[in-house]
Ligand binder design. Structure first.
Ligand code: PLP
Length: 451
């Protein structure tokens, strides 16, 4: 934190020389040096002499807040005592065993088996592979297609990114031509609801899945995958009618249901899992971000008995895994994270206190002419811009209005993220009432400045 300007410039130059950044225009980095984030505590991050309120919890993952000494102590102990050992060929470690025990206590009751990996993308990749393996071992190899949705975000590896509903993520890599991933309509009422009532639209959006299944043939489809709330691409919150209907359709057509709870899992919606908030039960569930609150790279894919009993059947080795699957340090850190969520009742706090306050205060922004909708669920929100509140006309994306607002928000001292015509915020669970007030005040100033 106490680094001189010369030292900062030296580090920026070193980074710029050879570091290719995720989701960054390399040319923009030629113009401007990378921002050097140096320190963080609670809900605040600090770098280059600037302190910012992080209303994004990093990338929607630092749920318990930054700089927890107990997390560092746990990691230190495991690094000292075992450091690393793999979990191939039937080997485990105490921390993997304890995390598994803890997870089995908190996950929805249908899940009784877990596979560990390092990122959300790998958890999704695992879910896809296991869905295919399930059908293969059931003697139905033709069931291989995965159906996803517009506005979905499921990851950055080849198979997971093929599921994304964002053209720009496909164009350069040829994944849009993937024959294995199909897309159906998202339950995005504000944009596509037309004259329909909210709940009616939920049933309509679910019906789009059923129509696609009939068109393609259930005999060719392995699974449907969806995020309970589509977080990354605009915090799209479905009507309550949507998910139970999706579950019914998957059951009726004998298609596995994968809940991608990488963002919603571990409390973000004000319940432990999005499946509880939206009243449905998946066959497979993915977890990542909030599993360790970003303190270590770890993800998990969970299976119900139907799927687990087949993939564990007597048909040979599971040909899947990563060197760092169930890494002891990551498992210990994840377990400590869950204990903190439980001890400090952070999820109950979202449901009963800070979540409702966050909603009420953010809705005050609706008095700004260009704010069309403020949608919240637990401690996540999408603030949708429009040119006209009556017609809901969108601003052309080429205006980059949300990017400009997010940039201006940095000047006012708060981090939010742009997603098309939506400003997304996803704060740490420890956000206080004062933090919410500061977020809304600073965001209002940024919107008014840009508009
Ligand atoms: N699934 C969802 C719902 C996500 O939001 C993300 C990341 O934002 C991923 C998967 C991919 O996770 P990762 O970036 O850890 O690979």
């Amino acid at each position: 934190w106490n680094v001189s300007l010369t030292e900062i410039q030296k580090l920026q130059a070193l980074d710029r020389q050879a570091h290719l950044h995720s989701f960054t225009d390399p040319q923009a980095m030629v113009q401007a040096p990378p921002f050097l984030m140096q320190k963080a505590a609670g809900s605040q991050v600090m770098g280059q002499g600037i302190q910012l309120l992080d209303a994004m919890a990093g990338l929607g993952n630092v749920n318990i807040g930054y700089g927890r000494a107990e997390m560092a102590e746990v990691a230190y102990g495991v690094m000292r005592d075992l450091s690393y050992y793999h979990t191939f060929a039937g080997i485990t470690n105490p921390w993997a065993a304890r995390l598994t025990e803890l997870l089995m206590e908190i996950v929805p009751s249908q899940f009784n088996k877990v596979f560990y990996a390092n990122s959300g993308s790998e958890a999704v990749e695992t879910a896809i592979k296991m869905a295919r393996l399930y059908w293969k071992r059931e003697g139905r190899e033709d069931k291989h297609l995965i159906i996803s949705r517009d506005f979905a975000y499921h990851g950055s590896t080849i198979a997971s990114s093929a599921l994304n509903g964002l053209r720009v993520m496909h164009e350069d890599f040829g994944t849009e031509t993937s024959e294995d991933a199909l897309h159906v309509e998202a339950p995005f009422w504000y944009r596509f609801g037309g004259e329909m009532e909210f709940e009616e639209f939920g049933r309509y959006a679910a019906k789009c899945l059923e129509e696609k299944i009939i068109e393609v043939g259930a005999d060719n489809i392995a699974a449907f995958i969806g995020e309970p709330v589509q977080a990354t691409l605009g915090c799209i919150i479905p009507p309550k009618s949507y998910w139970p209907e999706i579950e019914r359709i998957c059951r009726d057509h004998d298609i596995l249901l994968i809940a991608d709870e990488v963002v919603t899992g571990l409390g973000r919606t004000g319940e432990w899992f999005g499946q509880e908030t939206f009243n449905f039960s998946a066959d497979i569930m993915t977890l990542a971000k909030g599993l360790s609150s970003g303190y270590q790279a770890i993800s998990a894919t969970l299976f119900n008995d139907r799927v687990a009993s087949v993939i564990e059947g007597e048909q040979g080795v599971l040909q899947h895994g990563f060197t760092t699957s169930a890494h002891p340090v990551a498992c210990a850190v994840a377990a400590q994270n869950i204990k903190i969520l439980q001890k400090e009742k952070l999820i109950e706090r979202i449901r009963d206190d800070i979540g409702p306050y966050f909603k009420t205060k953010l809705e005050e922004l609706l008095d700004i002419p260009i704010i069309g909708e403020v949608r919240t669920c637990g401690l996540m929100a999408g603030i949708e811009l429009c040119q006209d509140k009556e017609t809901r006309d969108q601003y052309p994306l080429e205006y980059y209005l949300c990017q400009h607002i997010a940039q201006a928000a940095l000047e006012t001292g708060v981090i939010v993220r742009p997603a098309g015509n939506v400003i997304v915020t996803c704060p740490p669970f420890i956000f206080t009432h004062e933090d919410v007030d500061a977020l809304v005040r600073r965001l209002r100033r940024a919107i008014e400045f840009v508009h």
